[in-house]
Write a protein that binds this ligand. Structure first.
Ligand code: F6P
Length: 334
């Protein structure tokens, strides 16, 4: 039996642990299995670029950031039926009998499309998907995305480094965070690092309150800004500087973006363990013949949430914004 593993969308820590878990579980649980890694996400299936995996390829990779298979975004897949047909054609022709995918919303859609086309063609194959994204914005009512906790970890490290300079110079730092349209990464990074303020994407910001807060502090002030907030870091800086000037108050302000650094570095233990658990459960599901599905998990050891790919794709039913209790907790801890 020949199976494929594909990592899609933006890379994140936890992808390599997922590859290792699927490959090793398959080698140990599926007789005569051949495990193949698909190169560069969905591009690999378009260009038939694969590699045969052997146990040595998966040794010691769990904590490595990025993905040993590579990943590229292929946004054309969404609107190009011919390209999707190429994916399906190559998948069948090259003898794949199951596909294990981790990635973001684009990869979830591509998995769903491939599953549909295979079924329409009378050649159903299990397409098994789990989310991997620092944004935690993929069907997150069913589980936390792989990579999310690692990215918080990385952000907290950076926030501590910035604190040193902010404190030494008595400065205000306005700090950009990735997260696409979601507030999860900036907000959780803010809680975990004790940031003084986090601006969420859709927040109606009370800049006067921020200026009050800056004036009430003696040393460091770190304000995290979500990627999707419509004002740039420099625009926010200009607003705050203007307001402070108006009050005859002097505080140095600097801007810095955590950006791509949040995506790199080693996987957190939480992400490694959840990738192990999900990969193993997905292989078991394939063995049981349960068909294509989205798999999500919040914790290791509790049964993963298994829903259809079509259900997982519906953002209105599958994306939850930050729970109110978490926001209340952050406010209570200020
Ligand atoms: O989805 C992960 C992410 O890092 C987002 O936070 C960000 O908006 C986007 O990817 C950046 O994408 P790219 O790597 O294509 O520039």
């Amino acid at each position: 039996m020949k199976i494929g593993i594909l990592t899609g969308g933006g890379d994140c820590p936890g992808m390599n642990a997922f590859i290792r878990s699927v490959a090793r579980s398959a080698w140990n649980l599926v007789p005569d299995v051949d495990v193949w890694g698909i190169h560069d996400g969905w591009r690999g299936l378009i260009e038939r670029s694969y590699q045969h995996l052997a146990p040595a390829h998966t040794a010691g990779i769990s904590k490595l950031g990025g993905t040993i298979l590579g990943t590229l975004r292929v946004p054309e897949l969404k609107n190009n039926a011919d390209l999707r047909a190429v994916v399906m054609h190559n998948f069948i022709e090259d003898g794949f009998e199951a596909l294990f995918v981790c990635g973001g919303n684009g990869s979830l859609r591509a998995s769903h499309d491939l599953d549909l086309m295979l079924r329409d063609a009378g050649r159903p194959r299990p397409i098994l998907f789990t989310s991997a994204s620092i944004d935690n914005d993929v069907a997150n009512v069913h589980g936390t995305a792989l990579g999310f906790y690692s990215a918080i970890h990385r952000s907290v490290e950076m926030m501590e480094w910035i604190r040193d300079t902010a404190s030494a110079h008595r400065r205000v730092y306005i700090i950009g965070s990735m997260g696409r349209n979601s507030a999860y990464l900036p907000f959780y990074a803010g809680i975990a690092s004790g940031a003084e303020f986090v601006i969420r994407p859709d927040e109606r910001v009370d800049f006067d309150a921020i200026v009050d807060m800056i004036e009430s502090r003696d040393r460091d002030t770190r304000i995290i800004v979500s990627e999707a907030y419509p004002k740039s870091l420099e625009e926010i800086r200009a607003i705050l500087e203007h307001a402070l000037e108006h009050r005859n108050s002097r505080h140095e302000i600097r801007t810095v973006d955590m950006g791509y650094f949040q995506r790199g570095g080693e996987a957190s233990v939480t992400d490694v363990l959840r990738a192990d658990w999900l990969g193993y459960q997905m292989v078991r599901s394939m063995i049981a013949g349960e068909g294509s599905a989205f798999f999500g998990a919040f914790n290791v050891g509790t049964p993963p949430n298994r829903v259809s790919l079509a259900e997982a794709l519906d953002p209105s039913a599958n994306y939850d914004d930050i729970p109110r209790e978490i926001i209340d907790m952050a406010l209570a801890m200020r």
